[in-house]
Design a protein around this ligand. Structure first.
Ligand code: IDP
Length: 137
């Protein structure tokens, strides 16, 4: 069993898609071991995406991620990291495969509905950024 970190981003939450995304998470066989709704500050979003701080879209990304409530989750499954990234689809919803969350709920390369860790080291950092051990059940 592996754990990954996931977000229902502010665009998808504001559009009322959290329920459908949670439903897909369950139907695809993930166990939700942590979940909370947060409204990130700009500084918290910058800390989370620090690895992207040199990218040209860093300001846009952190403005977006602090623009409204989101849902952060710890998901558990066999190969959870790649399984969740497969379910999300490509970063740009226009390139995402049919049936993926970003295809269904994303509207642009920035506002793409969901986040998922891309490697075990990233998952460890991201899970620890938002959850303490007592919150993961
Ligand atoms: P990923 O989320 O699929 O792993 P990354 O390349 O790590 O994609 O980018 C992180 C996030 O930054 C994306 O999910 C998206 O919200 C945002 N992003 C990526 N590229 C762009 C861009 O060209 N313009 C605006 N936002 C972007």
């Amino acid at each position: 069993m592996e754990r990954t970190f996931a977000i229902i981003k502010p665009d998808a939450f504001a559009a009322g898609h959290a329920g459908q995304i949670l439903s897909r998470i369950y139907s695809e066989g993930f166990k939700i071991v942590g979940l909370k709704k947060l409204y990130l500050s700009k500084v918290e979003a910058e800390g989370f995406y620090a690895v992207h701080s040199a990218r040209p879209f860093f300001g846009e990304l952190t403005d977006f991620m602090s623009s409204g409530p989101c849902v952060v989750m710890a998901l558990e499954a066999e190969n959870a990291i790649s399984k969740w990234r497969d379910l999300m689809g490509a970063t740009n919803p226009a390139d995402a495969a049919e049936g993926t969350l970003r295809k269904e709920f994303g509207t642009s390369i920035g506002e793409n509905a969901t986040h998922g860790s891309d490697a075990p080291e990233t998952a460890a950092f991201e899970l620890g950024y938002f959850f303490n051990g007592l919150e993961l059940l």
